[in-house]
Design a protein around this ligand. Structure first.
Ligand code: NAP
Length: 350
């Protein structure tokens, strides 16, 4: 990999990608970042600041996942392509296919077709997710120690049930299928759990930024559903992409996950640090109650049945061993993120 060649980051303005762009620039690389609207008045301020502090090193290109050939110009001269752009929304959806699956699947196909045309490309790092590995927590009942590894695939999600996980698994599968049809570029996927930690952008619609507010604004007060998940710091996810891009021997999928936890435990960590002036969850809500009120909270009863109360874990050993990853502790991620929410005036003490 030529260190002087530009690195392409798709969806450069996103929550995860913004840290990735920043870290690449800090490490001295030139970055070609794609955004849907480079002229927009707000939402790109942090990228413009990065551009000013790294003169000539960050170039923004206009590209939409659904526009055929839209990534060709940004990819010229790039050996490494980091494809992060994909919608991460799980509530308020009106059309699961159009809003989630189509941009994830057709977008991945579109970006990789550009890679097939652009002869400089040697490696693609795709931002996948642990939800390409499992669909519902109950799936963990069928794996040793209820702990998922890179060997596992989500076989249970559909457009109607768990559409976001479905969008991630079909996109990742398409990427592997396209990679196998040629031998110029290889593919490495980063499969993070829920990404949390301070945000460089205030404009992202990422569910990560919604979730941290919900932990404190009473959405889960006094009782939180017993939903287990993997959590990882956004700054570590950015590093994982860079290590995956520049470690020649990196191969296959990498679970990037720091902790296996649930909302009650995260509430406990935050209450210990920030006191009881916020409505952090205090108890675990009984599953029957969660099932009953699910539709009012925007959840389906099927989701509650298949996910609440099943403890799951994720094995991050491959990322530690092969990429040399180490992960910030959960407490640091939550405290740094929540402090930012307070500093920005998004939530106030009761
Ligand atoms: P985000 O801030 O919402 O970023 C999503 C990015 O995708 C944005 O830059 C957005 O561009 C872009 N995008 C969406 N639809 C597009 C389209 N039609 N054409 C072009 N760009 C489009 O969310 P995020 O949390 O950073 O997620 C980034 C990636 O990480 C996604 O692939 C997501 O699945 C993956 N991931 C996230 C988490 C997590 O917990 N956050 C966990 C695992 C995996 P605009 O700025 O123009 O809207």
């Amino acid at each position: 990999m030529n260190p002087a060649a530009p690195v392409l980051v798709t969806g450069a303005s996103g929550y995860v990608a913004s840290w990735l762009v920043r870290d690449l620039l800090e490490a001295g690389y030139t970055v070609h970042g794609t955004v849907r609207d480079p002229q927009k008045k707000s939402g790109l301020e942090h990228l413009h600041e990065l551009s000013e502090s790294h003169p000539g090193k960050l170039k923004l290109f206009k590209a939409d996942l659904l526009d055929a050939g839209a990534y060709d110009a940004a990819m010229q001269g790039c050996e490494l392509v980091m494809h992060t752009a994909s919608p991460f929304v799980i509530s308020g959806l009106k059309d699961n296919y159009e809003q989630l699956v189509r941009p994830a699947l057709e977008g991945t196909r579109n970006v990789l077709e550009s890679c097939n045309r652009c002869t400089s490309v040697k490696r693609v790092v795709l931002t996948s997710s642990v939800v390409a590995i499992y669909g519902d927590s109950i799936d963990g009942q069928n794996v040793p120690k209820h702990t998922f590894t890179e060997e596992h695939w989500n076989t249970t999600s559909t457009v109607d049930h768990q559409p976001y996980p479905y969008s991630k698994v079909v996109a990742e599968k398409e990427a592997w299928a396209m990679q196998e049809k040629q031998d110029r570029w290889d593919l490495v996927t980063i499969n993070p759990g829920l990404v949390l930690g301070p945000s460089l952008t205030k404009a992202s619609a990422s569910t990560s930024l919604v979730f941290i507010k919900q932990l404190a604004n009473g959405t889960m007060f006094p009782g939180a559903p017993d939903l287990w998940m993997g959590v990882v710091d956004v700054r570590d996810v950015a590093q994982a992409h860079i290590k995956a891009g520049f470690t020649p021997a990196a191969k296959g999928r990498y679970i990037t996950n720091a902790a296996n936890t649930n909302a009650l435990e995260m509430g406990r960590v935050l209450r210990k640090k920030f006191g009881s002036g916020f409505k952090f969850p205090l108890f675990t809500a009984p599953k029957a109650l969660v099932w009953l009120v699910a539709p009012m909270a925007g959840l389906t009863r099927k989701f509650v049945t298949l996910n609440v109360g099943y403890r799951i874990g994720f094995d991050n050993a491959k990322s530690r061993r092969e990429l040399g990853m180490s992960y910030r502790p959960l407490e640091q991620t939550l405290v740094d993120h929540f402090q930012q929410v307070l500093d920005d005036g998004i939530l106030r003490r009761r």
